[in-house]
Ligand binder design. Structure first.
Ligand code: ADP
Ligand code: ASP
Ligand code: MG
Length: 458
């Protein structure tokens, strides 16, 4: 069996849903089809919630657009009149529930995380209900019943033991076509609806593929495959034929939005290959992601470039750090205790400072907790106050073939130097599959263009 995931644009219009139908119905083996909310609906649900919670009656207009969008799609995709009326009835029942929740939010001017999670879940509940009535013989399943989450640092993380067990029970025996909503889940402790985070439908598909030992995970989206850079920023970016799991993981973790980062680990663990394919161009070969590292003659030595524009660099500094054991232990323990994620670390061999990158939203808390942790050393003058530099961007170049190939870092920094871009911090792990560096946000586009030209077009 295989698992296919169709993203928002793939189920965003009448024509795209009809393409999904054609793609799925042509497959002979059993499939699980995971769908996102209709394109743009998740954003609209969140924006409408915010309006309602602020007492802005204009939320009603947004809501009526959400309703109209779903009814229009049903009109276009379901030919059989009886089936269409039945689906309209079920969809209207869900939309009525949703309208009542919005009304409640509007009246009490309050939007808790729980209510927001409930509202946003309607996107996938509606889309899966509609698509399950379009694809022949599709059986609809509710992901809240088998994707279970527990809370960790205010985030919902998957409760894999329970989830894997429930998935195996739910999909036995396995129907020819199972249709499931992506993104949504429910709490192991309370049963309340939760979700896997923005872009989480990819993860839903990966969890199902792994629990059921699928032979392939297919991510169907709106581009021809995984590309050398974000095609919206670099117009000359092109499709990468093959990536290793490690390369894909490095690129996604650094902002390549085409796959939600947690998606890769479960399938990597079971060695299930991923294909990235285009719903709007289904015959394109796409990108194949697997364990094997293939040396391709004449191809660029790096595989791709990705970036995160939301970067803050934090520096802990002081001559009193030199040669003292345990300073880094205390820094990272303090950050972990406060739920702050670090995505890049750099320390020079002089040991008098440690610099690391976090999201801008975590910066103030990081500075505060580190100043508290080192209060004594600061009072004695052994260490300085922790400083944060916000509004930066991180760029990474990725490729397993960089290993033991001399000159890559030279080429990278030479290119940046010629473009007049100064590097504020950089890091390369000993695995040599990734070189990351931090620059001022205003130079991001220029940096990406120069590096892409230098590594891929020359
Ligand atoms: P879906 O709704 O199908 O989940 P997403 O919008 O989440 O689609 O992801 C696909 C988009 O990711 C593409 O349209 C593209 O603009 C963007 N993207 C960013 N980086 C890359 C990359 N390296 N390769 C391909 N697409 C990328
Ligand atoms: N609909 C959700 C989102 O927009 C999940 C997904 O599309 O993967 O984030
Ligand atoms: Mg996505």
């Amino acid at each position: 069996m295989k698992v296919l995931k169709f993203g928002g644009t793939s189920v965003g219009s009448v024509n795209s849903i009809l393409s999904v139908k054609k793609i799925v119905e042509a497959i002979e083996e059993p499939v699980i089809v995971v769908v996102s909310a209709l394109g743009g609906i998740t954003d609209k649900l969140l924006a409408t919630s915010t309006m309602a919670s602020k007492g802005d009656l204009a939320y009603e207009k947004e809501l009526s657009e959400i309703i109209a969008r779903h009814l229009d799609v049903i009109e276009g995709v379901i030919e059989d009149k009886e089936v269409r009326m039945d689906v309209q009835k079920k969809v209207m029942a869900l939309l009525d529930e949703l309208s009542n929740i919005f009304k409640g939010v509007y009246l009490i001017n309050d939007l808790s995380a729980k209510t927001s999670d409930t509202i946003v879940s309607y996107g996938e509940r509606l889309s899966s209900l509609i698509v399950s009535n379009v694809i022949k013989d599709a059986k609809l399943f509710d992901s809240r019943k088998y994707i279970k989450t527990v809370k960790q640092f205010n985030k919902h993380i998957v409760d894999f033991d329970l989830t894997n067990k429930l998935i195996k029970e739910t999909f036995s025996p396995l129907p020819k076509v199972s249709l499931v909503p992506g993104f949504i889940s429910s709490s192991t402790e309370t049963g309340e609806v939760t979700n896997l985070g923005r872009g989480g439908s990819d993860y839903t598909a990966s969890i199902l593929a792994t629990a059921l030992d699928a032979n392939t995970l297919e991510i169907w989206t709106d581009v021809d495959g995984f590309m050398t850079a974000d095609p919206r920023v670099i117009s000359s970016a092109y499709v990468i034929d093959r990536l290793t799991f490690t390369e894909a993981m490095e690129l996604c973790n650094f902002g390549a939005k085409v796959i939600y980062p947690p998606t890769i680990y479960p399938v990597y663990h079971k060695n299930i290959p991923i294909r990235i394919l285009n719903t709007f161009n289904p015959t394109a070969p796409g990108t194949y992601i697997s364990k094997e590292r293939v040396k391709e003659e004449g191809k660029a030595i790096i595989k791709g470039i990705s970036s995160i524009n939301d970067t803050c660099l934090i520096t802990v500094q002081g001559l009193g750090m030199v040669g003292v054991i345990g300073v880094n232990y205390r820094i990272f323990k303090t950050l972990a205790k406060n739920g702050i994620s670090v995505f890049m670390v750099s320390q020079a061999s002089s040991e008098n400072n440690t610099t690391f990158a976090v999201r801008n939203a975590d910066a103030d808390l990081a500075v505060q907790v580190l100043n508290d942790e080192f209060a004594l050393e600061r009072a004695q003058g052994d260490m300085n106050d922790t400083v944060a530099e916000k509004d930066l961007a991180t760029v990474a170049i990725v490729g397993e073939n960089m290993k033991r190939t001399p000159g890559i870092a030279g080429k990278l920094f030479g290119t940046l130097g010629r473009a007049g871009i100064s590097v504020i911090a950089c890091a390369q792990g000993a695995s040599e599959t990734n070189i990351s560096f931090v620059i001022k946000h205003k130079y991001l586009r220029k940096a990406l263009n120069s590096i892409h030209d230098s590594f891929f077009l020359s």
